[in-house]
Design a protein around this ligand. Structure first.
Ligand SMILES: [Zn+2]
Length: 250
């Protein structure tokens, strides 16, 4: 009787281990030159300029959308119909909060409603519920991070001009390199950053408008943007969205 019980237990353990191994195997190893492109604030031009260029290069990307104060001005910001088109083109729509406020200055309740607003808008437009988040102005708080986890967010983007390093970086505070026109005056910035795209690491770039008609100081010209795209192509980088990273063993 005892022997039969142990044999049964052993076979259960073997079966569970096999399933666990299979699940682990499904994740791709974090190898090669993996680069993530992210675009914030739903600025005009992300649909008309950025998306077609990304398509031309065969690159994936994430668009972190919000309704920045002044969102009504469609010369500066995309419409929700355009945001839906980005989703239909295969790009990821991520959450950048409703009104781009400072997370550290908000209550849990406020953070919840700011986050839910974008989720509801996505649902209304048939866009998948966001699973990744970008902190407005990189500002965050432990309470805010807890709210995001409760709502099912798997990855969140921060700043810092350094790579994501497996086993070291926090998945809810993933570092990124900020890209604006001034960066192109020192091409070493990109060379150094792209050297960090290697096994066990991911380089995430954070861009805004191309160009940014709402906030000049974060603008990247279409010419400079194409320079970045050709650098990524030259180095044979695998350019994906934040959501795509979830397929990897981070
Ligand atoms: Zn922003």
């Amino acid at each position: 009787m005892m022997k039969r019980f142990f044999l049964l237990l052993l076979s259960v353990v073997i079966a569970v281990t096999a399933v666990a191994e299979k699940t682990a195997k499904r994740l791709k190893p974090l190898k090669g030159r993996i680069v993530v492109l992210t675009f914030d604030d739903a600025t005009a031009g992300q649909r008309e300029v950025v998306a077609p260029l990304l398509h031309k290069y065969g690159f994936g990307a994430t668009f972190y959308v919000c309704e920045f104060p002044g969102f009504e001005d469609k010369t500066k910001y995309m419409s929700w119909d355009q945001i839906r088109e980005l989703d239909e083109m295969g790009f990821e729509i991520g959450n950048h909060s409703r009104s781009h406020g400072q997370m550290s200055q908000m209550t849990r309740k406020q953070i919840g409603s700011e986050t839910a607003y974008i989720e509801d808008k996505c649902a209304l437009y048939g866009i998948p519920r966001p699973v990744t988040y970008a902190y407005p102005g990189y500002d965050n708080s432990p309470e805010g991070i807890a709210v995001l986890k409760e709502r099912g967010y798997k990855l969140a983007r921060h700043g810092g001009d350094k790579p994501y390093v497996k086993g070291v970086s926090d998945k809810m505070l993933m570092p990124s390199y900020g890209v604006v026109d001034a960066r192109f005056e020192t091409p070493e910035f990109f060379e150094k950053a792209l050297d960090e795209a290697r096994d066990g690491q991911v380089v995430i770039f954070c861009l805004h408008g191309v160009p940014d008609l709402a906030h000049d100081f974060v603008s990247t010209s279409p010419e400079n943007f194409e320079k970045l795209l050709s650098m990524l192509k030259e180095r044979k980088c695998k350019v994906i969205s934040m959501r795509d990273l979830l397929k990897y063993d981070l």
